[in-house]
Design a protein around this ligand. Structure first.
Ligand code: CA
Length: 233
């Protein structure tokens, strides 16, 4: 699984606990301790899901929720609210600000993980699917294996993540800098040409001889997984 989760939580121990448990489950985690920064991150990174604390310094969680829902590009991102007291939970229920779910602190981590999985499965099946498939190409997230028909494809960890990212959203064009951020990580100091080198290697591994190349190069823009791959001959 490589769904990304934005945690908006100001209590450091809880933030550490959440990050640890979410990363152990394979999620990519970003964190913000306050609403203003979080709103920026929501627009920038389009997380697959948001965990939002009710009581935040500065603008409140409920206001953050309302503002996220007002952004056209973020309207559909599921939000789970974390509330400190049961009466707040009542208010969350009553206000119906657009949160998809809520949990009252202290909550159990397995319960939270189960709720996250349920929501992600509903809104974005590919984000939690164990396998991504297109035509004769199968990427298995659990075993970290890639197969093309009967053929095992050996990929480096970077190339695996690159293929996974492209396959998650067939047809979506990723710029080199977007791929650097999502595959290599925001803090990595690598040149954009590194992306080209790895895409080149990935292609070589995926397609031998007359096999169709599933990766498209979009001039001056970047790369995409061919959404027609496997559908047409
Ligand atoms: Ca708080």
């Amino acid at each position: 699984m490589s769904a990304s989760i934005l945690v908006i939580e100001d209590e450091e121990p809880l933030q550490v606990l959440l990050r640890y448990n979410l990363e152990s489950e394979g999620y990519k985690v970003r964190h913000s301790a306050q609403g203003e920064d979080a709103l920026y991150l929501v627009g920038e990174e389009k997380p697959d899901l948001i965990l939002l604390d009710w009581m935040l310094p500065g603008i409140s969680g409920i206001e953050v929720c309302r503002l996220i829902r007002a952004k056209p590009e973020a309207r559909d991102i599921p939000i789970i609210m974390l509330t400190a007291r049961s009466e707040e939970a009542e208010r969350v229920r009553g206000l119906a600000t657009g949160a998809d779910d809520y949990l009252v602190k202290p909550f159990s981590v397995p319960e939270l993980l189960a709720r996250i999985k349920t929501i992600l499965r509903r809104v974005n099946p590919d984000a939690v699917a164990e396998q991504l498939k297109a035509g004769d190409l199968v990427l298995d997230r659990k075993t970290r294996r890639v197969n093309r028909g009967p053929r095992d494809i050996n990929l480096s960890p970077t190339e695996f993540r690159l293929l996974e990212q492209l396959m998650k959203n067939p047809g979506r064009v990723y710029s080199r800098s977007q791929l650097l951020d999502t595959v290599w990580g925001r803090d990595a100091f690598v040149d954009e040409r590194t992306v080209d080198v790895h895409v080149g290697r990935l292609r070589k591994s995926l397609s031998r001889g007359r096999e169709t190349d599933p990766v498209r190069t979009i001039r001056a823009m970047g790369y995409a997984f061919d959404e027609r791959f496997g559908r047409t001959g």
